[in-house]
Design a binder for this molecule. Structure first.
Ligand code: BGC
Length: 353
């Protein structure tokens, strides 16, 4: 006899535009948490978490069929709901970098820049999926081989991502990768959270363990300056609602905070007062892209018909800093042959009464 939970359940999730059947894997735990992940883009499509009354509710933005992620409106808006992002999360300036004396040119998909991997990043590919269980809970292992030259990046990159829904109410994401040529790698997940289920997230209280943030130019490329947050609307070292100072930040929050390492504190803590839901994010990564859904404009509708307007969700993308391949002073994102990249991020859920 074993009391380990059964493997995640797999169900059809529709067909991609080229006719390939896609699956949806649903992981559950004993406390009513449930996460659904499709092998298309390794995308988290749904995450149900109990509120302070014990009632599970949806806390991420997503669709109930793969067609939602392939519609012309979704492609045009490019919000990357719930997807795995690679090879390089966020922007690489002008889609160019030089490595070991050689200049590489990437697919440009954000003006002159490359965003989230290029035209067909890891969010738009099919991952090989292996549902299972570990000592911590139900798991979904996803693997993908990104071939040498894909989107302009050097080297065959073998990527593995393991999602675990733990017995202590966390969604853990373990990333690993190896390569046969030196290449930049910056992996993350692009889930949009809305812990209250309301039309926007402006009432959520956020704390970030970060004393500095990356200053960016008009194209959202870091200038290289790591500026203290103190006395600015970027100071979330004590709790502030998202809405409190957002009007002082042109366009809204879409910046990379420099995490204070070695504080032992979570990188981020979020509290939603109406439902009591809390989320704590811990990570091995040095940076956190806090993005408040500024570009959502109501053209997309979710699984139960709700309109996703401006600030309908927020992202906490754990990652290295944007444009690191062109910023020698930033922590390196270069993975070399013989090395293995390991990165772990944990989103832990709870309630405050
Ligand atoms: C970026 C935003 C971008 C969004 C959706 C975020 O990670 O920082 O600038 O609009 O992703 O693509």
């Amino acid at each position: 006899m074993t009391d380990s939970p059964p493997n995640p359940v797999a169900a059809p999730f529709g067909k991609t535009q080229d006719g390939t059947e896609v699956q949806l894997y649903t992981l559950t735990n004993a406390h009513g948490l449930q996460v659904s992940i499709t092998n298309y883009g390794g995308t988290i499509t749904s995450l149900l978490v109990p509120d302070k009354a014990g009632k599970p509710g949806e806390i991420v933005l997503g669709f109930d069929n793969v067609s939602g992620y392939q519609s012309p409106e979704f492609r045009k808006a490019g919000p990357y709901f719930g997807a795995l992002i690679g090879r390089y999360g966020n922007r690489i300036a002008k889609g160019k970098f030089t490595l070991d004396g050689k200049e590489y040119t990437l697919a440009q998909n954000n003006g002159e820049n490359t965003l989230h991997g290029g035209k067909k990043g890891f969010d738009k590919v099919l991952w090989q999926a292996e549902p299972g269980t570990s000592a911590e809970g139900q798991t979904l292992k996803l693997s993908y081989l990104s071939k040498d030259g894909e989107e302009g990046y050097p080297g065959n990159l073998t990527v593995t991502v393991v999602y675990t829904l733990t017995a202590d109410d966390a969604l853990k994401i373990d990333y690993s990768a190896t390569t046969d040529k030196a290449t930049p790698v910056n992996l993350t997940n692009h889930a949009y959270f809305n812990l209250g289920g309301g039309k926007d997230v402006l009432g959520h209280e956020v704390t970030l363990a970060a004393d500095r943030y990356n200053v960016v130019d008009a194209g959202l490329i870091p200038t290289g300056e790591l500026r203290p947050v103190q006395g600015t609307p970027f100071d979330f070292t004590s709790p502030h609602t998202i809405g409190e100072r957002i009007a002082q930040v042109p366009g809204g929050y879409d910046h990379n905070w420099v995490l204070n390492s070695a504080t032992g504190q979570p990188a981020a803590t979020v509290y939603e007062p109406t439902t009591g839901r809390t989320m704590e994010v811990t990570t091995t990564e040095p940076g956190l892209q806090f993005y408040t859904g500024n570009f959502l404009d109501g053209t997309l509708k979710g699984a139960s018909g709700q309109t996703y307007g401006k600030h309908a969700g927020f992202c906490l993308e754990t990652q290295h800093f944007p444009d690191s391949p062109n910023q020698p002073k930033f922590p390196s994102t270069i993975l070399k042959p013989g090395q293995t990249l390991h990165s772990t991020t944990i989103y832990k859920f709870g309630v405050r009464q």
